[in-house]
Design a protein around this ligand. Sequence first.
Ligand SMILES: [Zn+2]
Length: 150
Amino acid sequence: MDQMLTQMLVEKLGVPKEVYDNLQKGDLSTSISSLFPDPQMAMLVNSMLGQITTENETSEQRVDPERALANARQTIRELREDLEDADTMLHYFAEMFGVCPFCLGWGKQCLHCKGRGVLEDTFPNEEELLAWVKPALKKLGLRVVKLGSV
Ligand SMILES: [Zn+2]
């Protein structure tokens, strides 16, 4: 990444000195991990910056730093919105299936459910779950039958 652009990002975003130093060394991943503790967000930003760097390296034109900063902010804003939408969707599924909203029941070392896959007060939402799976089961010639009713 261009040094002037990096310095401008650091100043405008109020990035701590150690993160700036990591950026100077070219250690982008560590810097991103410090700035974005959420691993999904860090991965998205890392991916996005990788694309920007690749595009800049292949471009023969110099990019206006102010414009690049504005574009980066817009991209970050859009990625945050996409991440929030994805998070909302995951929480919806977690509620519907009655599983831990943090690991969706798959985290054997999840701190929230302690690897059980469910939280104390979670229970599947029967109505929504059936509305979700019934059409697929019908296409397969299957149906849901309550235990003890057959
Ligand atoms: Zn969990």
